[in-house]
Design a protein around this ligand. Structure first.
Ligand code: LER
Ligand code: MN
Length: 272
């Protein structure tokens, strides 16, 4: 199991990112805390210093597990359920540089919040086909660049599409997404899944990444999410990808990052 932490440039108490600052510094700090990788969350990858990041990755033996695209939705309001072809194109053009940067950094690209929402009066079957076509276009570009997309199941209060492991697996298979794997986030799973362990069985063939927080979205151990059976199930299904901390920077960034690293090492190292 490899441990990862989501990072951005500026800490916001309501945004579930525990480590903030310059991304090269974030790599160094995360390495000191005991992580093997970071996620980068930024609305604009053109501002990334790719060479500086590559140098720091080498120096720290760290990876950049994925580039989160959520800030594109937060900053520009662009999303993949949009019916307007002009805005769909704008979004495609905003995600393309993420895929290019991921290729340069041997990373991947998360498709989470930018799924957006289907309008409530929209025919759902047609809406889902449109979403399938939009993500297929990104999947093909990811194939061209030789990278993997991580499509995230998010809870119903954030997105009204692809909320569960079952939805996600069917969507990936039905749309023949060959360069897309599933990202499961325990915070969203705790809201949406009827049974956490069955959900892991369902998603196992396409599972590529896991976001970790407690049920209150604080660092794991600060709430009441049932981690013990979940961890045991990860062992049983043979998951050996990243466990990535995506939690609120509470009570402060350092405490969240350090406590979560302790939790990861205590809970998961013993099942290696
Ligand atoms: C948002 O709630 C979330 O979990 C992010 O990972 C989506 O990009
Ligand atoms: Mn997440």
């Amino acid at each position: 199991m490899k441990y990862c932490i989501a990072t951005n440039t500026v800490s916001v108490p309501t945004v579930p990112v525990a480590l903030s600052g310059d991304f090269c510094e974030n790599l160094r700090l995360a390495a000191q805390y005991g992580y093997q990788a970071i996620e980068i969350h930024t609305p604009d990858v053109s501002l990334l210093d790719i060479n500086g990041l590559l140098r720091t990755m080498k120096e720290t033996h760290m990876e950049i597990a994925t580039l989160g695209t959520g800030p594109i939705f937060g900053r520009y309001g662009l999303h993949l359920c949009d019916e307007d072809p002009y805005r769909q194109n704008l979004l495609f053009e905003k995600v393309q540089p993420f895929i290019d940067a991921a290729a340069a950094l041997s990373s991947r690209v998360t498709i989470g919040s930018i799924k957006g929402n289907l309008q409530s009066d929209r025919n759902r079957i047609e809406g889902m086909s449109m979403l399938g076509r939009s993500i297929h276009r990104l999947d093909q570009y990811a194939e061209e660049k030789g990278i993997i997309l991580l499509l995230e199941a998010t809870n119903r209060y954030e997105n009204n599409v692809l909320n569960t492991a079952r939805d996600l697996r069917q969507f990936i298979e039905n749309n023949h997404l060959t360069h897309t794997l599933a990202l499961m986030d325990v915070f969203h799973m705790n809201i949406e899944e009827a049974d956490l362990l069955t959900a892991l069985d369902t998603i196992q063939p396409v599972l590529g990444h896991i976001h970790i927080a407690d049920n209150n979205r604080m660092y794991p151990g600060a709430g009441c999410f049932p981690f013990s059976p979940f961890i045991e199930k990860l062992r049983i299904i043979g998951y050996d990808g990243f466990l990535s901390l995506e939690c609120l920077p509470l009570p402060d960034s350092e405490t969240a990052a350090v406590q979560a690293a302790r939790f990861f090492h205590h809970s998961f190292d013993c099942i290696r």
